[in-house]
Write a protein that binds this ligand. Structure first.
Ligand code: GLC
Length: 754
């Protein structure tokens, strides 16, 4: 690998490498090459003409794989890796050194316009999928850009708004997936987000970019800004930002040089940022040296179709008059209804928008697999409000009534959700709901197929349709994938990565979204997604992790073993049905009697297993010790609590198949006793009662709870011991107390060490 010595560069040159040459590339400085960075997470958006960061101008043809909302529903880390590798090959072929993805922000609220580009409401699932995607990409010699670091969970006012988050949810929910990917997959770059985190812009947030990302997590790559996220380059460099994008025409380079000359910014800090850029350049040069052929567009389209089929979630599949609705039977007539059958919605709007090499049309793909079945089509509605809604509906109803089964494609059009703005609600368009009601009345054998980026309220759909498939957004080959699933060529194995609420008012952030006057308060704390619905015992139309199959699975023999690495959970899964299928085995962990507030259960492991009909396989998953930890705000670090942990093997967060308990040795957190420690905390220390009693005999009346009819001990337990001096009338001094506390601390340390 070529090496470049930052010491060979002047301060001006060091500043220059830290800001782009133009929209998509960095400057060439000395022998340091210019690098190309471009979007996106599910397809390469390589612009050679006009450039933008909103997906407005054109780009070179590239494969549009399922966006994260779809890929996430596969729960399959192997598939994520394959997509990463394919994207790497296309990046190399299109001259891209760093691909700007994956996006792993947590889906805090279903209205967030960019949820289509993110994986889940859960950090474990987001982190494990993204880490595989990054490894797959980077093995082709192309770097990833893990984004958007951090807490970019709304599009509203995204370039100014402060995400105000308490330490535990920040660590355990919003940073956790980033930590997992950084430590497990070493992305070449991390992209800082536009927003502020607890009042400080991410681009200028030393705590975030240096103390957490580098000092704690060990990140040694480049921190690149989101496009236009730098408001003060000097502060950003001081905080740990290495690359400002896009380029600022040298203006901020001069500011950096001036700041060094005026003593406002240390030269060493600038040199360190430049060194990271030179190391990135060396990685890119090494990557370029690995020759790859022009990518095979047809092979990648086939891969996109295979992947997409595993991203489809079978939400519901009820027989009608004793006859299954799905999979569709060949030879039976079909009415395909909905504009999306001819004009599929397969990706999202904004910077991730790909110019696909081709696009499968669901209607064509269905007809291709329907063999000699008659397949009619009716638009049913328009997504732009044009046309005669009643006439379109009547035509669709006639088609549905005349067929054996109706397949109705519903969802959101591109203009209804996108990067850059949030939704105001989660409703399907009224005309689509009217159409569904009319079709179901005429044809009870109705299948609904959904295309959408953000979660929808589906209670009406669930009540009316016999079968429901959630296609989310499936990429350019989604039409073929849907046909494969509809006809049973692929047995659906997708699982929801985001809860489908009964109504928007039930959602965790309902009252704290999208924020106001530059602040959004994460009032729900740890209780995001299923964590919220479980804690409040609330129903969901479809729960997190839910997904059905054309076959069925049984779980048996759950065993847990605890060790230094964590908990190994093993369970046997049997395909008890008549056709091959894939099961997503989920492991949720609970800590009964925990000393801290915790969600009722948390996803801490999962695996996908493919089984032929009638066969079984024993699967094992390591739930890493670190994933059992909570963030202790007193000690300001991760702590694993000692005690019993319940592990649930599940087919969804609400379909628990087996539970077992295992003891885990804790980290033994001993916090030093101080004058601020409460009487209760001090009295819990061995021997404290006698010592404290001798020093400050409690008045008999106070000691005798019966006298006042209240639990005096509980009443006094929350008093900081230092405040007792106010009641000692000078008989005891702070020094006396501090000596006592010192002795107790020493005794506990000795006991812990023994
Ligand atoms: C956009 C997005 C980011 C993208 C970048 C470049 O505003 O926030 O995800 O990679 O700018 O297009």
């Amino acid at each position: 690998m070529t090496t470049h010595d930052p010491a060979s560069l002047s301060t001006a040159q060091q500043a220059a490498v830290g800001s782009g040459a133009d929209f998509w590339s960095t400057k060439q400085v000395g022998d340091v090459p210019s690098l190309v960075l471009t979007d996106g997470p599910h397809g390469v958006r390589r612009q050679v003409g006009a450039t933008d960061h909103l997906g407005l101008a054109g780009s070179e043809p590239a494969t549009c794989f399922p966006p994260a909302v779809g890929l996430g529903q596969s729960w399959d880390t192997d598939l994520a890796a394959k997509v990463g590798t394919a994207l790497g090959l296309e990046s190399r072929a299109l001259g891209v050194d760093v691909l700007l993805g994956p996006g792993i922000n947590i889906k805090r609220d279903p209205r967030c316009g960019r949820n289509f580009e993110y994986y889940s409401e859960d950090p474990h699932l987001s982190g494990t999928l993204a880490a595989s995607w990054v490894r797959g990409l980077q093995e082709t010699g192309v770097g990833a850009s893990l984004k958007h670091f951090a807490a970019n969970n709304t599009e509203y006012d995204r370039m100014r708004s402060s995400s105000d988050i308490a330490p535990r949810p920040l660590r355990e929910i919003y940073l956790r997936a980033f930590q997992h990917v950084v430590q497990k997959a070493q992305p070449w770059t991390v992209m800082c987000s536009y927003n502020r985190v607890n009042g400080v812009y991410a681009s200028e947030n030393h705590w975030l970019l240096t103390e957490v990302l580098r000092d704690e997590w060990g990140f040694d790559g480049v921190v690149v800004s989101d496009w236009g996220a730098v408001s003060n380059r000097v502060k950003a460099v001081a905080a740990g930002l290495d690359l400002e994008m896009p380029g600022a025409g040298g203006v901020t380079d001069a500011q950096v040089v001036a700041a060094v000359e005026e003593g406002e910014l240390e030269a060493a800090v600038v040199a360190r940022a430049a060194a990271r850029m030179l190391a990135l350049a060396a990685k890119a040069e090494a990557g370029r040296a690995v020759r790859v052929a022009a990518f095979d567009a047809e092979a990648h389209h086939d891969l996109a179709r295979q992947v997409a089929a595993h991203c489809v979630v079978l939400l519901k599949n009820e027989p009608v008059e004793g006859r299954a609705v799905l999979p569709l039977e060949e030879g039976r007539s079909l009415a395909v209804i909905g504009e999306f059958a001819q004009s599929p919605r397969y990706q999202g709007g904004g910077s991730s928008h790909v110019n696909p090499t081709r696009v499968d049309l669901p209607l064509e793909e269905i007809r291709a697999l329907a063999a000699d079945s008659e397949v009619t089509y009716a638009a049913g509605f328009t997504t732009d409000g044009s046309g005669d809604a009643a006439a379109l509906r009547d035509e669709a109803v006639r088609a549905a009534a005349a067929a054996d089964t109706a397949v109705v494609l519903l969802g959101l059009a591109a203009h209804q959700e996108s990067e850059g703005f949030d939704r105001d609600h989660i409703e399907l368009p009224t005309e689509q709901l009217r159409l569904l009601a009319a079709v179901v009345r005429a044809q009870p054998r109705t299948v609904v197929v959904l295309s959408h980026g953000g979660v929808l309220r589906l209670a009406d759909v669930d009540h009316q349709a016999a079968a429901v498939l959630d296609g989310a957004l499936l990429g350019q080959a989604g039409g073929g994938a849907l046909a494969d699933v509809l006809f049973g060529r692929v047995n659906p194995s997708g699982r929801l990565t985001e809860t489908v609420p009964v109504r928007i008012e039930d959602t965790p952030a309902y009252l704290d979204f999208p924020g106001e006057h530059g602040h959004v308060a994460y009032g729900e704390g740890l209780f995001v997604g299923y964590r919220w619905y479980d804690a409040r015992s609330m129903e969901a139309t479809y729960p997190f992790g839910h997904g059905l199959s054309y076959t069925s699975f049984a779980y048996s023999g759950l065993e847990l073993t605890a060790g230094a690495q964590g908990i190994t959970a093993s369970v046997t899964v049997t395909n008890t049905g008549q056709r091959a299928g894939r099961e997503v085995v989920q492991f949720y962990v609970t800590r009964p009697g925990s000393a801290v507030v915790r969600p009722p259960q948390e996803l801490k492991g999962h695996t996908v297993v493919a089984l032929a009909a009638g066969t079984a396989e024993r699967v094992s998953v390591l739930i890493e010790r670190q994933d059992l930890a909570y963030w202790d705000v007193r000690a300001d670090r991760w702590i694993v609590e000692g005690g019993g942990y319940d592990v649930r093997a599940a087919a969804s967060s609400r379909d628990i198949r087996a539970t077992a308990t295992v003891e885990v040795e804790g980290d033994g957190l001993i916090l030093p006793l101080t004058l601020d420690s409460t009487l209760g905390e001090v009295m819990a220390a061995p021997g404290a009662a006698e010592i404290l009693g001798a020093l400050m005999p409690m008045p008999a009346a106070a000691a005798d709870s019966d006298v006042l009819g209240v639990d005096m001990a509980r009443m006094m337990a929350s008093i900081p011991v230092g405040r007792l001096l106010s009641f000692a009338a000078g008989a005891v001094t702070a020094a006396d107390l501090e000596k006592l506390l010192g002795d107790l601390n020493a005794a506990r340390a000795t006991a812990a060490g023994s």
